[in-house]
Write a protein that binds this ligand. Structure first.
Ligand SMILES: C[S@@+](CC[C@H](N)C(=O)[O-])C[C@H]1O[C@@H](n2cnc3c(N)ncnc32)[C@H](O)[C@@H]1O
Length: 267
C-alpha cells in the first residue's frame, strides 16, 4: 500500500571489478561516502535474531542521494500529492520512513475538515513529509528536527509551495522548545522510536508540548526491537494511549509491525 523508493546501487559501475582494485580501508571510505548510514543498518536476518541491542535503525534501500519522489495520499482516493526530496546523506531522517507514510495517509484520510485551521507541530520530521501533508490540507504547521535536516525540510516546503502554512524549526528533543512555536492542538510523530538514549528526551518534549486532556497526539510507530518497550515504559508515566481504530488501512500496516496510537497526556 505504501509508495517506496527504489534501492540504488553504489556508484561503482561494476562493484565486483572495482572492489578488487581497492584495499580494505579505501573500500570502507568509498562505501562510507556513498552510503553514510551503512554502519547503522542491518539486513533482514538481524530482525529474526533475538538480540535486542543489535538493530539500531531498520533495513532500508542502500543509497538514496538527492532524489525527488512523489507521494500521494490517501492512496485509495488521492487528495494530496507531495514532491519530496530524499537524501540519506543528511542522516536517517533524510528518507521517507514507513510510519511517516502511514501517518500521512491517515491524516489525509481524515481530510481537510480535520486539519483546517489547526495549529500542528511535527517532531522528528526528517524530510517533513507528514507535516507537508498536514499543511497541504489546511493546517498551520511547524515541522521540526535536528540541525542537519533543516535544509532538506526547507527545500521540501519550497518544492511544494507551502511556505505560507509550513514553517521549519530546529527542535532537539529534551531541549527548550523554540519560543516562536505555539502550543499545538495536534502533535504528529512518525518513526521516532529507534535510538534508546533519545527515549527520555522524546517523552520530555512531548510532555512539555502537550496540555492535559486537550492536545491530540498522533504517534505512529514501527516496532523493531525489544528495547522499544523501554520507551513505552517511560511514555506511560506521562501519557495514556489507544490504537487509532478508524484507519481503513490498519490491518495492512499492523502486519508490518506498525501501529498508529493516539496519546493523551495524563493529568
Ligand atoms: C527514522 S527518522 C523518521 C523521520 C520522519 N518522521 C519519517 O517518518 O520519515 C527519525 C527522525 O527523528 C529525528 N531525531 C532523532 N533524534 C532526535 C532528537 N534528539 N531531537 C530531534 N529529532 C531527533 C531524526 O533526525 C530523524 O529525522
Amino acid at each position: 500500500m505504501m509508495a517506496t523508493t527504489q534501492p540504488r546501487s553504489l556508484p561503482f559501475e561494476s562493484p565486483s571489478e572495482s572492489v578488487t582494485s581497492l584495499n580494505e580501508i579505501a573500500l570502507d571510505e568509498a562505501l562510507d561516502i556513498s552510503d553514510p548510514l551503512r554502519h547503522f543498518r542491518t539486513d533482514a536476518s538481524d530482525f529474526a535474531r533475538d538480540d535486542e541491542d543489535t538493530v539500531v535503525v531498520p533495513s532500508q534501500p542502500r543509497s538514496i542521494l538527492g532524489e525527488t519522489i512523489r507521494l500521494t495520499f490517501p492512496v485509495n482516493s488521492p487528495l494530496v500529492s507531495i514532491s519530496l526530496k530524499v537524501d540519506a546523506s543528511h542522516g536517517c531522517g533524510g528518507i521517507a520512513w514507513p510510519a511517516g507514510e502511514v501517518l500521512s495517509n491517515y491524516i489525509a484520510f481524515r481530510g481537510v475538515e480535520y486539519l483546517q485551521g489547526k495549529k500542528i507541530v511535527e517532531v522528528g520530521s526528517g524530510t517533513g513529509l507528514v507535516g507537508l501533508v498536514a499543511g497541504a490540507l489546511g493546517g498551520t504547521v511547524w515541522i521540526t528536527d535536528q540541525a542537519p535536516l533543516l535544509g532538506i525540510m526547507q527545500q521540501n516546503v519550497s518544492l511544494n509551495n507551502l511556505q505560507s502554512c509550513v514553517s521549519v524549526r530546529e527542535l532537539n528533543w529534551g531541549e527548550t522548545l523554540p519560543s516562536d512555536i505555539p502550543l499545538p492542538e495536534l502533535i504528529l510523530a512518525a518513526d521516532c522510536v529507534y535510538f534508546e538514549p533519545a527515549f527520555p528526551l522524546l517523552v520530555q518534549t512531548l510532555s512539555e508540548m502537550a496540555v492535559n486532556g486537550s492536545t491530540e497526539i498522533l504517534f505512529c510507530y514501527k516496532k523493531r526491537r525489544k528495547a522499544d518497550k523501554r520507551f513505552f515504559t517511560m511514555l506511560k508515566k506521562k501519557f495514556s494511549w489507544e490504537e487509532v481504530e478508524d484507519d481503513p488501512n490498519r490491518e495492512i500496516y499492523n502486519r508490518e509491525a506498525i501501529s498508529l496510537l493516539a496519546l493523551t497526556k495524563r493529568p
